[in-house]
Design a protein around this ligand. Sequence first.
Ligand SMILES: [Fe+2]
Ligand SMILES: [Fe+2]
Length: 212
Amino acid sequence: MSTRIDSGQQIERPLQLDIENFTPVKGGQNYTRKEGLILVLPFRFVVNIVELLMVEHVSLRLHFQFARKTVNWDSIYDVEEFVRVCHAKIEDEVVFPKLQKSLKDTDRENHLRNLSRLEADHRLIGTIGEQIRLRTTQGNDMETLRKRILLYATTVESHNASEESLIFPYWNESGDDLNEVIPSAMQIVREYGLNRYFQITGISERLLELVT
Ligand SMILES: [Fe+2]
Ligand SMILES: [Fe+2]
C-alpha cells in the first residue's frame, strides 16, 4: 500500500506506528502520521551520554528554580548527593577522561584547560556540598546554611552552563567510538540507584533505555 505525499512521490505506508514497541534505529528515520499524510521526521530516537547529562542539567535547574520560588530547599540534600555520587562522577570518571583522550582539534590545549577548570569546579561544588551537610548535622546558624545553599545552587548552574558551552559540543568531534563509555556510565547510575535516579531527574526508564 502506498500514500501520495505533497511532492507526488509514492512511499510505502509504514506499519502503523506503535510507539510502545518502537525500536529506535541509530541514524534512521522514524515515521509518524498527521492529518492523513505520512511525514518522515528526521528524529534520532537515541540519546548519547552528553545529551543525557544535559537533560540532568535541566532537572537540576528546575529543582533550584522551584526551591528559590517556594523558599523550600528540603530537596537540596538529595540533589547534592545526586550531583556528587552520580552526575559529576560520570563526568569525572567517564566523560572527561574520554574527552581528554579523544579531543583532536587544533584548539586541544584550550579544551584541556577548560576540562581541568571544570574538574576544579567539581571539587569546589563538593566542598560547598560538604559544608551544607556538616552544617545540617550541627544544626545551627541557619543564615550561613541558607547562604551556602544559594551559593551551591548558583555554582552548579554556572558550572553546568560552562560544560554545555565549553566542552560538551566537542563530544562528537573526535570520530572515536564514544559509545564504549555507556556501560561505565550506566554502572554509576545503577550504583546510585535507578529508582532514586528516575525520581530526582524526572528521566523515565524509557529515555534511559535510549542512551546509546
Ligand atoms: Fe559537572
Ligand atoms: Fe554536568
